[in-house]
Design a protein around this ligand. Structure first.
Ligand SMILES: NC(=O)c1ccc[n+]([C@@H]2O[C@H](COP(=O)([O-])OP(=O)(O)OC[C@H]3O[C@@H](n4cnc5c(N)ncnc54)[C@H](O)[C@@H]3O)[C@@H](O)[C@H]2O)c1
Ligand SMILES: [Zn+2]
Length: 369
């Protein structure tokens, strides 16, 4: 078992343990008041795989509880879903003594966290993430919210969970592509902040890819530790938290240019991180050799990746104007060496465009149909 504390004004722990979901009840009980209840939000898919162990353990621990299913998928990460959950909470007689439990991927976590933040001006929430993305990123840090038609995550609020419980074995049922997409965020942590994690992902690549439980526990704990550090140092978004956006300028633009249909988030970020390495090399802030080595490692961990079938201009148009320029100057999070990144300001637009063009060509050699 690994235990990592997020050191905020109200600190909370992230527990990482294989088999933890089957013991979730004893953790949940600690947070539910005597006369209160737990309301777990999940999806039909996640419930089919992991509902039984969690619900059994809640029963065994004597926790009064209800389960609310929400529809699966990013397109249901909406105000309408939050409203529907809130209406159903009323139906269950939920008041401030209710504790929400999010069992699922990032979508369930973000929606449940947001619903918890706004229902009766705030309920406690526990995060039980079941995708790699959620385990190492979205469940920690308290960012909650939903999408609008105009764009992703445009409505939201910071609402920290009371605890995060991570069971690496939950990944056993995760579709292969979702898992690989999560690995992209794992290697991101290595590149930005930890040589050790980076080296481990390289050395134990086969075990990581086949989801060896011991390996997963180590990898997840390392990522959680880094996310927790960054969040604690800087709860609201700014420079330190910004380094977590490594690979995301290009990644987000690519997702948006392809209407969020072609790439999973992590896949787009994989290309984005490769683009950032190239850009750093072009600017002579990273040796070409290291840039190539990092790119190869990213590919080996995350392939197959869909190739990029849109042109550079379209991707450029989809790069958010806020990201593209702060006061007319382009700035990027770029690697200095393995385990260290820097925010580079004043990057010439032409260099960025050339690099992105190069990545599109590179994706045609290394990506799949
Ligand atoms: N709050 C944050 O800080 C933060 C950070 C990163 C991402 N996010 C958000 O997270 C969301 C993406 O999360 P995601 O990648 O987890 O996607 P997701 O929640 O859509 O889950 C992906 C798919 O996996 C399925 N699934 C989940 N767990 C499973 C399991 N154990 N076995 C089988 N199937 C399972 C889900 O049903 C879904 O179909 C986005 O909305 C993104 O904006 C938030
Ligand atoms: Zn990301």
């Amino acid at each position: 078992m690994k235990k990592i504390t997020v050191e905020l004004r109200n600190p909370y722990t992230c527990l990482i343990e294989c088999g933890a979901l089957a013991h979730a009840g004893s953790l949940v009980r600690k947070y539910v008041p005597e006369d209160g209840m737990a309301v777990m939000v999940t999806t039909a898919t996640v419930r089919r795989h992991w509902g039984n162990p969690v619900e059994n353990s809640l029963r065994q621990a004597g926790v009064r509880h209800q389960v609310l299913e929400m529809r699966d998928g990013e397109r249901y990460k909406t105000m309408a879903t939050v409203e529907d959950l809130a209406e159903r909470l009323v139906g269950l007689g939920s008041d401030r003594s209710t504790v929400m439990v999010a069992l699922g991927g990032g979508v369930v976590g973000d929606v449940t966290g947001f619903a918890a933040a706004v229902y009766m001006r705030g309920l406690d929430v526990l995060q039980l993430p079941t995708t790699l993305m959620a385990m190492i990123d979205s469940a920690i840090g308290g960012k909650t919210g939903v999408n609008l038609k105009a764009g992703k995550n445009l409505v939201g609020v910071f609402h920290q969970p009371r605890a995060v419980l991570i069971d690496p074995l939950a990944l056993n049922s995760l579709p292969e592509r979702e898992y690989r997409s999560g690995l992209s965020e794992a290697i991101k942590y290595g590149i930005i902040r930890s040589r050790e994690l980076y080296a481990m992902l390289e050395r134990r690549r086969q075990e990581v890819r086949r989801r060896d439980p011991g390996c997963l526990e180590t990898m997840i704990a390392e990522c959680v530790r880094m996310k927790a550090e960054v969040v604690a140092a800087d709860e609201r978004e700014s420079d330190l938290r910004r380094i977590l956006n490594f690979g995301h300028t290009f990644g987000h633009a690519l997702e948006s240019a392809t209407e969020y249909r072609r790439f999973l988030h992590g896949e787009a970020v994989a290309w984005g991180m490769i683009a950032a390495c190239r850009l750093a090399a072009r600017l002579r802030r990273l040796s070409g050799e290291v840039a190539r080595a990092i790119s190869e490692n990213i590919l080996a961990l995350t392939q197959p990746l869909p190739r990029i079938a849109v042109d550079a201009e379209k991707i450029w148009q989809n790069a958010g104007s806020d990201k593209k320029s702060r006061g007319g100057v382009l700035s990027f999070v770029l690697p200095r060496e393995i385990g260290q990144v820097e925010v580079v300001r004043g990057v010439p637009e032409a260099t960025v465009r050339e690099t992105w063009q190069e990545i599109i060509e590179f994706s045609h050699e290394h990506g799949t149909e």
